[in-house]
Ligand binder design. Sequence first.
Ligand SMILES: Cc1cc2nc3c(=O)[nH]c(=O)nc-3n(C[C@H](O)[C@H](O)[C@H](O)COP(=O)(O)OP(=O)(O)OC[C@H]3O[C@@H](n4cnc5c(N)ncnc54)[C@H](O)[C@@H]3O)c2cc1C
Length: 381
Amino acid sequence: MQTVETELAVVGAGVIGMSVALEMARSGAIVHVVERAPSVAAEASGAGAGILSPRLEVERADPFFELCLDSWRLWIEMNRFLADTTGIDPEHRTRGLLHLAATPDEWALFLRRRARQVEIGIETEVVSPAELDERFPGVTTAVPGAIYYPDEHYLHTDRAMEALYSACRAAGVLFIFDTEVALDAAGARVAGSPPGGARTVRLKAPGLEIAADQIVIAAGAWTGELTGALDVSLPVGPVRGQAAIAAAADACPPCVIYSSDGYVVPRTGGEVYVGATHEQAGFDRNTTDEGIDLIWKNARRLLPALDRIKPSQRWAGLRPCTEDGLPIMGPWPGYTNLLVASGHCRNGILLAPITARIVREWIVNGDPGRDMTAFLPDRFL
Ligand SMILES: Cc1cc2nc3c(=O)[nH]c(=O)nc-3n(C[C@H](O)[C@H](O)[C@H](O)COP(=O)(O)OP(=O)(O)OC[C@H]3O[C@@H](n4cnc5c(N)ncnc54)[C@H](O)[C@@H]3O)c2cc1C
């Protein structure tokens, strides 16, 4: 039996696990990341579109909006840091996002929502079909209208994950791949604490035991399964998203083109990323012809020039989603060394930098530095 002793063990090498590991390693901690797959970003984080959009669907200035907005700000800094320290450019672009309405009813809804967004200071522009042709060439004009969000960003997910991994290694993070761990909380009551008092958790895998001052669960859609070993398992489960890319130099849009049925993201080199379904399919992350046809049909509606083009690659990922749609972040009550950073569902890439910052504040200062009530694991325990 090999025993690893470390200051921080992170379960999962997705965008959340790597971001937490990087933040803590930069604070001087000894960090191990343990991952079931043979490489990083093997699950949802490798599938994401990379849209960094805190404003699009916002109705009010609630704690979730504030979290998203703060993380969007941190990405600007993070992008610079990653590019400077690794030489890998995450291709973070600040070109905005265009949200197209499909029907007059939906357009009326967009306008009502926009009025509330303007009230809370979100910058938006109403774009008529005639203006679409002028300002966003190639985008369909067969819509009742569109709202442009000039401050929304996007990045190239593969490059960002590569840069994050490279930055982690440069900061001294140690990765243990091909290793599926379980939580072991049995018989681990803290010395001197009363029955039912605080306990510590270890990680175990065949032939391996990891003892850590702190453990962060960043196991994505598998967080529910992993935490099943404790008294209560967290309600985080998979929501499948199918996506595709194609070489489409002539049909590349000037910014992210978004609709209720899917979206198109431009990528450097003349590619387009087309996403994404939102399906309950358990842990099955195969693509289906129906799923890809659906998103591609929608993409052709948004950008008619895609009519001539076929997807060159397709894949699916499992978003880690919670019952109430909010992420889960914070210490697990009753354990001295266990924190959760999971359940980011459709916004995990956007929320990675703020999640890492908050987890660091908790571990280093014992206080997240902001009101986290809405996101604590406690709400499900
Ligand atoms: C098609 C699609 C498009 C998306 N687009 C966007 C977008 O535009 N913007 C955005 O912000 N978000 C987007 N998302 C959501 C985003 O990708 C996820 O929220 C994010 O990747 C979740 O990251 P994670 O690190 O929590 O999970 P994951 O990336 O799934 O990582 C969890 C890791 O934990 C590992 N693991 C699990 N259990 C164990 C265990 N017992 N032992 C060891 N390792 C374990 C897994 O192998 C996995 O690698 C999209 C998702 C999909 C599927």
